[in-house]
Write a new protein. Structure first.
Length: 361
């Protein structure tokens, strides 16, 4: 029998559960990739200065602006509705997720700004303060200040950060720079979306909740060290579009095909059983509807495996495309930073006769 996880800093007894106030949670709130692409089609490119090294053209994790020969500024923002009911934990998860995009570009964070939208007629100042303190605790761990931000009275609770970082211009890791023959390495196991769905359905045990917190609050600090390796060609983090969606972004950007070995993909313990009980997010289905036509499946034949392939990850792991000769160094860096479940999960291949951006074998 599953035991209901006990939050450590729960809202007052007369306040609603945080997850009950939102129509979606975590990175599952993202607009589906096909809808987003349609929206952006009508948006002009605007001013593009020569210093802008990375913009929106290849679906990268952050914008990058060259400051000088030694420094480029990374700028990103990420925010969402609650994925858990504990306010402090919600703040921690949201902040970790936002800062991850700096690491995914190969940079080190330097500062953050808070984005806060709260239904002030439904949540107490104490509860809102706990959310902000959770975010602050993660920024302290990352060694950066929250130097400001903006707040609004919102129908649904929203929290996140603008995260800024620095990187050497020659070490920026973009989606478009993967090379044929590269190994694909994933830093964290999959299944956060399934755990969050199980939490909403009150199917998640205390152990499951602890696993969810441990992965979603682990900063992707390995990114900056990985960027120093010449053999690391491209890097992203796996978030709302699921593993399949972010593999497709690498493949599209680089003009290649991503091939996954499904049996090697790490999973959070217990997620298959929870998915079998119906703990699957609506975002998983929306993801498949958006890009399923770009995926060739040979071993993923059941609904559970497909749900995991498209499961929206909140604060997911780094996805690294590297030269096979750099594989051991990449794994050593990931292990040094505490990513002990990192796995080689596939490779990048030339397009050849393939009509798909992703194949799963």
């Amino acid at each position: 029998m599953n035991a209901k996880p006990q939050p450590t800093s729960a809202p007052s007894a007369n306040e609603p559960r945080l997850t009950s106030l939102s129509h979606g949670g975590g990175c599952g709130c993202k607009i589906a990739p096909n809808v987003l692409a349609e929206i952006l089609q009508g948006v002009g490119s605007g001013v593009i200065p020569p210093e802008l090294m990375v913009g929106i053209e290849t679906a990268d994790d952050a914008a990058v602006y060259r400051l000088n020969d030694e420094q480029a500024l990374i700028a990103t923002t990420d925010f969402f509705m609650p994925v858990v009911d504990d306010p402090y934990d919600f703040g921690r998860i949201a902040a970790t997720n936002a800062i991850s995009d700096v690491y995914a570009m190969g940079g080190r964070p330097i500062m953050a700004l808070a984005i806060v939208g709260m239904p002030v007629n439904m949540l107490s100042p104490k509860t809102i303060g706990q959310i902000l303190e959770g975010g602050q605790s993660v920024c302290r761990a990352a060694g950066i200040p929250i130097a400001g931000g903006h707040t609004i009275d919102s129908v649904e609770p929203i929290y996140g950060l603008v995260a800024l970082g620095l990187v050497h211009p020659d070490r920026v890791k973009r989606n478009k720079d993967a090379k044929a023959g590269d190994r694909l390495i994933l830093g964290k196991p999959l299944g956060v979306g399934i755990l969050s769905a199980a939490l909403k359905k009150e199917l998640l045990s205390e152990q499951g909740y602890a696993l969810m917190l441990s992965t979603t609050t682990q900063l992707n600090t390995a990114g900056a060290d990985l960027a120093n390796l010449a053999g690391v060609h491209a890097m992203t983090d796996v978030t709302g579009f699921g593993l399949a969606g972010h593999c497709i972004e690498l493949a599209r950007g680089s003009g290649l095909v991503a091939k996954l070995n499904w049996s090697q993909v790490p999973l959070i313990p217990g997620v298959v059983e929870l998915a079998t009980q119906g703990a699957i997010t609506g975002a998983s289905g929306r993801n498949w509807a958006a890009y399923g036509h770009e995926v060739a499946l040979s071993t993923v034949r059941n609904a559970i495996d497909r749900a995991l392939l498209t499961d929206p990850q909140t604060s997911g792991g780094l996805l690294v495309s590297c030269d096979p000769k750099a594989e051991a160094e990449v794994m050593a860096i990931l292990h040094k930073h505490g990513f002990n479940q990192a796995r080689v999960i596939g490779e990048m291949q030339a397009v050849g006769d393939s009509a798909h951006a992703l194949t799963v074998a």
